[in-house]
Design a protein around this ligand. Structure first.
Ligand SMILES: CC(C)(COP(=O)(O)OP(=O)(O)OC[C@H]1O[C@@H](n2cnc3c(N)ncnc32)[C@H](O)[C@@H]1OP(=O)(O)O)[C@@H](O)C(=O)NCCC(=O)NCCS
Length: 183
C-alpha cells in the first residue's frame, strides 16, 4: 500500500445533465437523484485514495439549500478531507448551473464517511493524507471536530432519553404542533 497520498490525487468532479426523468411531481429534481450522485462521487474519491473497494457508512449534513431545475448541469466536487484507519471523510460541494443564463447556484455541501474494505470484506487500512496547504489543514481539522460533535450529540441524546420523565415530555410537547394522545 502507498504510505500517503495528497487530496488532489483523489479529487473528483462529476457533471450530470438534469433530464426530465429525474424530476418530481413539482417539476424539480428529486433529492434522491442528487443523493445517488453524491454517493457515486464520494465512492470515486474514496476508492482513488484507498485503492480499494469502499462502502458508505454515514452521510452528514445534507441540506438542500436551493431547488435544482430540469435542464441544469449539476457538478459535484469531491475531495478526501480526513482519513482515519479504514475510514475517509469525503467533502462534497454541489453546484447547479443554468446553461442559458450562466447562473450558478450552490445547492449543498455535505460529508460522506466511506470505509475501505479488503479482500476479506473487513475494513482495511488506507493511506495517510498529505496536507499540502491551509485549506487541506482546515478541512482535516473541521472533520475531527465534526466527529467529536457527533459523538457528543449521540451521548447527550442517550443521557436525555435515560432521564426524561412524563411531566418533562408533557411540558416540551405543549409548545409543539402535535396532539399527544398517548396515555
Ligand atoms: C462500516 C462497517 C464496515 C464497519 O464495520 P465494523 O466491523 O464495525 O468495523 P469498525 O468498527 O472497525 O469500523 C470501521 C471504521 O468505520 C468507522 N465507522 C463505523 N461506524 C461509523 C459511523 N456510524 N460513522 C462514521 N464512521 C463509522 C469506524 O470509526 C472505523 O473507522 P477507522 O477504521 O478509521 O477508525 C460495517 O458496518 C459495514 O459494512 N456496514 C455496511 C456498509 C454498507 O453496506 N453501506 C452501503 C449502504 S446500503
Amino acid at each position: 500500500m502507498v504510505e500517503a497520498k495528497t487530496s488532489s490525487f483523489s479529487r473528483v468532479t462529476m457533471t450530470e445533465l438534469m433530464i426530465p426523468a429525474y424530476a418530481n411531481f413539482g417539476g424539480k429534481i428529486h433529492g434522491g437523484i442528487l443523493l445517488s450522485l453524491m454517493d457515486k462521487v464520494a465512492y470515486a474519491a474514496a476508492s482513488k485514495h484507498s485503492g480499494a473497494y469502499c462502502v458508505t457508512v454515514s452521510v452528514d449534513t445534507v441540506d438542500f439549500l436551493q431547488p435544482v431545475e430540469v435542464g441544469e448541469l449539476v457538478s459535484l466536487m469531491a475531495s478526501v478531507n480526513y482519513v482515519g484507519n479504514s475510514s475517509m471523510v469525503i467533502g462534497i460541494k454541489v453546484i447547479s448551473e443554468n446553461v442559458k443564463t450562466g447562473q450558478v447556484k450552490h445547492t449543498n455541501t455535505c460529508y460522506f464517511t466511506m470505509v475501505a474494505k479488503g479482500e476479506d470484506d473487513r475494513p482495511s487500512m488506507v493511506p495517510k493524507l498529505i496536507l499540502e496547504n491551509k485549506t487541506d489543514v482546515r478541512r482535516f481539522v473541521e472533520a475531527i471536530f465534526r466527529k467529536r460533535f457527533k459523538k457528543d450529540y449521540e451521548s447527550n441524546l442517550k443521557q436525555i432519553k435515560k432521564s426524561w420523565d412524563k411531566q418533562e415530555i408533557a411540558t416540551l410537547l405543549a409548545s409543539e404542533r402535535c396532539i399527544n394522545q398517548s396515555k
